[in-house]
Design a protein around this ligand. Sequence first.
Ligand SMILES: C[S@@+](CC[C@H](N)C(=O)[O-])C[C@H]1O[C@@H](n2cnc3c(N)ncnc32)[C@H](O)[C@@H]1O
Length: 330
Amino acid sequence: MRMVRVPGGIFYNGDCISGASDIADNSVDLIITDPPYGIEGDKLHRHYNRDESFVTDGYVEIPADRYGTFSMDWILEAERILRPGGSIYIVSGYTNLIHILNALYHTGLEEINHIIWKYNFGVFTSRKYVSSHYHILFYAKPGGKRTFNTECRISLTEKDEQGGSLNYQDREDVWIINREYKPGRVKNKNELPFALLSRIIQYSSDEGDLVCDLFLGGFSTARAAIGLSRRVIGFEISSAMFDARIDEMKDIVPGSLLDQIRTPLMPGKKLTRKPWTAKEIDLLRNRYIELSGTDKSEKEINLILQVEFNRGYWSIEKTLKQTSIKTQRG
Ligand SMILES: C[S@@+](CC[C@H](N)C(=O)[O-])C[C@H]1O[C@@H](n2cnc3c(N)ncnc32)[C@H](O)[C@@H]1O
């Protein structure tokens, strides 16, 4: 299998299922991947209303009747190479979602979120609703500490004009992110936007971590990850797709995209320091009781309360103790 090294990355032109055997068990921090959709992706231009003359040819599709075994094979490899605590994000359309979910169900990976990505350029239909979303399945390998950088983009104290928490909004599981429109530039049919990739990379990895993409396509994940100072390993089976992008990858300077991402505003807005009113204490108490009935840890509950009440960790803890609800729970 042809292998090319670039600053920050190692790329293989070949099948990811056999090729992943070169990657050690438990060695990858984050997998972001977008497998072929099994819907004749190599003929998608028949449905989309856009100029395909700049789209790279060579996309390798999986026949629908092989999609189940194919998904099982690569997802088992993904599980093997992921470190305990490592995260995996799989982008999937609706048609073969069942096969991806079924394969995930047969692994030890645990579901963290099922994200809906709403995008533009949906498939045009006249007698039913236009399909304009994908599923992003966020799972993690148990047995280690999972990286989730809660305040990597927006601090817990940043608010919108109505006083709503921007951090909360950024971490909701419906993402409205448009595909990038690149008229006149070479592109892959399904390139993922940088806004989507940088969000995943920022929340679920740290600089220097190893990110893997088993289905590189137009190398969008690799480009974003190297640009954000992560290391990357990836596979693309199509020689045409690989050759179209590999030279460009050699020129990407690690860290060169760090100035393009959202980071917390410094200094963030101040937390409320006003004394708690009786009404607020009552609301806090009720909300704590409600959250205690879920499977959330004390730390997660405190985090939610910080966002909702615009108070710091200790302010929440102290007030809960005053209401005596915290000691009652244990
Ligand atoms: C949906 S596209 C990936 C798009 C990519 N995320 C991007 O932003 O450009 C899926 C890619 O997987 C490739 N592929 C299909 N089967 C493969 C396999 N067994 N191993 C590696 N790549 C494969 C296809 O050629 C295609 O380029």
